[in-house]
Design a protein around this ligand. Structure first.
Ligand code: COA
Ligand code: AMP
Length: 631
């Protein structure tokens, strides 16, 4: 048995021993009484009885243990021409003082705080300050429109909202404050205070009595220490797309999260304390939570905070410049970023301009790494390119290739093997395991390892229903795929109405809910069509109400505007078409999966329950006219 298989076996045979060992890397105020409390399954509690603080583990202990002058965060912002290095000592001062400011506004253990910020170090300071106080943060990605922010405000019910005046998105400067004001106006929950970080790129107006200037607050506050919390207390809520317009509030605990993330830095990513790590994502996504902020800081490595794009800021050499300038050992990003670079610089001319000899491994996630991108990246950069599969719910990789234990051969199209802690299986709809090579539902036998979701915030029922009901005893990933004879997992895509646009998870159901609100629309369907750059893009079909005679294109433009204004530009909803009717089953269920197969030029089985098969011919003709179906 290879080294990796041995470690994996230990983690599955003796999970409690395995994670108890990993937990030694964390500083506990009080050791856990129980490694795993499974008395109320499927609500598992890792490290019950343990007392600790995530911010202490990510910041203060490094200052106490000889890393005070080591760089914790490198802020690299080509869009504002800024490079800033923040040591662990400076980070401690900033976080402790900002936490003092939050406390002076009444934020205490258990309170919720919404953070809506661009990729600036103040976002990490805000997150860590919440953790310091035992407050629960909920970061909302800046590409979401006010309506989406309002939904999250109403559900998370924050005492305080922290934002910045704006962001630079490629070449555009966007003002965030009016979006925040509009979201607060749309929400029914009353946010007591808004803390505003004024950036040089754009200044925003303040609302008297409600808004507090970040700098003023910090200047008038005293640093505060770390509050002792239970390992099982919540650290953050991160909303992610489900199949409806109401996102799921994934809840993460403190102890399990710290243990698991620390463990992955060396074992999965082969990063040691003090080395430079770069996750080119955004703090608004799970990758940003886990691998821009928490994991590298918990380990005492250096994390790059990059405010820019892979291309256009200023060119397709941006990633190579950052790697070479900051001596990055490992980069983690989404395949779409590499497809964008490949499109602009197919022969890798920009790579030749930089010394990237420090660069050792490229990790990709967020969507499947297609073979073209895999091989192009391997050829151009000459380092291992490692796909790994995970979800907001799990917070870290479910399937991967542990570079710090034993690098396994890469097979194209597969993120490699189940990670230690995850007993991954593929089952049919009756929950029977299928033979190797057969596609089915990818599930994980319970309990999930530490660091994964503990429940959905204020919605235990949805947690049980969404993840734990269809396949009793297993976590339902909602991804389909298969496992080959060597144990390599192949993830083929979502089985539900969630799509992946440029590595961002969005709900077609949420888009349908918005489109249905148009006064002329009787019914609609949105599904994902394959896209060469972004992986998938949404396509909408709509049927108008009887008597509506307006031009379909005019309605389409209105629908595009509605989705952009409600969900945000990040939904990339640009293509829709009026159709006379939608294909359905006899019981009235719209056949979205069949339309998706047609749009993506994939073979499909005629559903036996289809009401009228001739509609599929109409749909095929429309998708041909729209340019999706290749003749
Ligand atoms: N705040 C406000 N708006 C944002 C935003 C933010 N933080 N992020 C994106 N947007 C906007 C963009 O400006 C764009 O708006 P537009 O329609 O007005 O042009 C829209 O949302 C779509 O953005 P994006 O999908 O990023 O497309 P792009 O064409 O600007 O860039 C890529 C394409 C491939 C370069 C880009 O998607 C990318 O870098 N992807 C990497 C993804 C990633 O890191 N994923 C994290 C998971 S690991
Ligand atoms: P998110 O919750 O935003 O991280 O999105 C999770 C979803 O992205 C998964 O359920 C998958 O459908 C998809 N995904 C993420 N990483 C991969 C990968 N490496 N291979 C295939 N799909 C992936």
């Amino acid at each position: 048995m290879g080294k990796f298989d041995e470690v994996f076996k230990q983690s599955i045979d003796n999970p409690q021993e395995f994670w108890a060992e990993a937990a030694k890397a964390i500083t506990w105020y009080k050791e856990p009484e129980q490694v795993l409390d499974d008395s109320n399954a499927p609500f598992y509690k890792w490290f019950a009885g343990g007392k600790m603080n995530t911010c202490y583990n990510a910041v203060d202990r490094h200052v106490e243990n000889g890393r005070a002058d080591q760089t914790a965060i490198i802020y690299d912002s080509p869009v504002t021409n800024t490079i800033q290095k923040i040591t662990y000592k400076e980070l401690q001062t900033r976080v402790a003082t900002f936490a003092g400011g939050l406390a002076s506004l009444g934020v205490a253990k258990g309170d919720t705080v919404v953070i809506y910020m661009p990729m600036i170090p103040e976002a990490a300071v805000a997150m860590l300050a919440c953790a310091r106080l035992g407050a629960v943060h909920s970061v909302v990605f800046g590409g979401f429109a006010p309506h989406e922010l309002a939904i999250r405000i109403d559900h998370a019910q924050p005492k305080v909202l922290i934002t910045a005046s704006g962001a630079v998105e490629g070449k555009k400067t966007l003002e965030y404050k009016p979006l925040v004001d509009s979201a607060i106006e749309q929400s029914t929950h009353e946010v007591e205070k808004v803390i505003l970080f004024q950036r040089d790129i754009v200044k925003s107006d303040m609302i008297e009595g409600r808004d507090v200037d970040w700098t003023d607050l910090v200047n008038s506050s005293e640093p505060v220490g770390c509050v002792e919390v239970d390992a099982t207390d919540p650290l953050y809520i991160l909303y992610t797309s489900g199949t409806t317009g109401m996102p799921k509030g994934v809840l993460r605990d403190n102890g399990g999260h710290a243990v698991a993330l620390y463990w992955t830095m060396k074992n999965l990513y082969d990063i040691n304390p003090g080395e430079v790590w770069w996750s080119a994502s955004d703090v608004g996504w799970v990758v940003g939570h886990s691998y821009i902020v928490y994991a590298p800081l918990l380990q005492g490595s250096t994390t790059v905070f990059y405010e820019g794009k892979p291309i256009g800021t200023p060119d397709a050499g941006a990633f190579w410049r950052v790697i070479s300038e900051h001596k990055v050992k490992t980069l983690f990003t989404a395949p779409t970023a590499f497809r964008a670079i490949k499109k602009e610089d197919p022969n890798g001319e920009f790579i030749k301009k930089y010394d990237i000899s420090c660069f050792k491994v490229l990790f990709l996630a967020g969507e499947r790494t297609d073979p073209d991108t895999l091989h192009w990246a391997e050829d151009m950069i000459g380092v291992p390119v490692i796909d790994h599969w995970w979800q907001t719910e799990t917070g870290w990789a479910i399937v991967g290739n542990c570079m710090g234990i034993e690098p396994l051969p890469v097979k194209e199209g597969s993120p490699t093997k189940a990670m230690p802690g995850y007993d991954v299986q593929v089952v049919d709809d009756e929950c029977v395991e299928v033979p190797a090579g057969t596609e089915g539902n990818i599930v994980v036998k319970l309990p999930l390892p530490p660091g994964t979701l503990t429940t959905l915030w204020r919605n235990e029922e949805r947690y049980v229903k969404s993840y734990m009901t269809k396949f009793p005893g297993y976590y339902e990933t909602s991804d389909g795929g298969y496992i080959d004879e060597d144990g390599y997992v192949y993830v083929m895509g979502r089985m539900d109405d969630v799509i992946n646009i440029a590595g961002h998870r969005l709900s077609t159901g949420a888009m349908e809910e918005i489109i249905s609100n148009h006064p002329d629309v009787a019914e609609c369907a949105v599904f994902g069509a394959d896209d060469q750059l972004k992986g998938q893009l949404p396509v909408g079909f709509f049927v108008v109400k009887a008597g509506v005679t307006r031009d379909g294109n005019e309605i389409k433009d209105e629908l595009v505007k509605m989705v952009r204004e409600s969900i945000g530009p990040i939904a990339c909803f640009r293509d829709a078409c009026q159709v006379p009717r939608l294909p359905k089953t006899r019981s009235g269920k719209i056949l979205r999966g069949t339309m998706r197969s047609i749009a993506n030029n994939k073979d499909y089985k005629m559903p036996s329950t289809i009401d009228d098969p001739t509609i599929l011919d109409e749909i095929t003709a429309t998708l041909t006219d729209m340019g999706y179906v290749k003749k």
